[in-house]
Design a protein. Structure first.
Length: 100
């Protein structure tokens, strides 16, 4: 679970990123989840764009992506989802320590 400080840090890191995936009319599917997991292992932090023609609610899409990819939902702003998952082999992002 990410703290508020860690989420702020990750939002700042994600600001310059461009979306890597798009969720369209077909919604979230298994193949997309599998691909997102693989990309998260390499990049740790990604953006996913929900297209206007997506028939599902944006909050449901964000939750489905985070749950399916076993990632943390950092932010849902407009139609852009930011996901974070710590990489096992390609760790690049060092999160600020959680306050005790």
């Amino acid at each position: 679970m990410l703290t508020g400080k860690q989420k702020r840090f990750l939002r700042a890191e994600a600001h310059h990123l461009t979306p890597v995936f798009q969720v369209g009319k077909g919604g979230v599917n298994g193949e997309m989840i599998k691909s997102i997991r693989e990309v998260l292992e390499v990049r740790e932090l990604i953006k996913v764009r929900i297209l206007d023609n997506c028939e599902e609610d944006k909050n449901d899409v964000a939750k489905a992506l985070a749950t399916g990819a076993r990632a943390e939902l950092v932010q849902l702003i407009g139609l852009t989802v930011v996901l974070y998952k710590e990489s096992r082999e390609n760790k690049k992002i060092v999160l600020p320590k959680a306050a005790k």
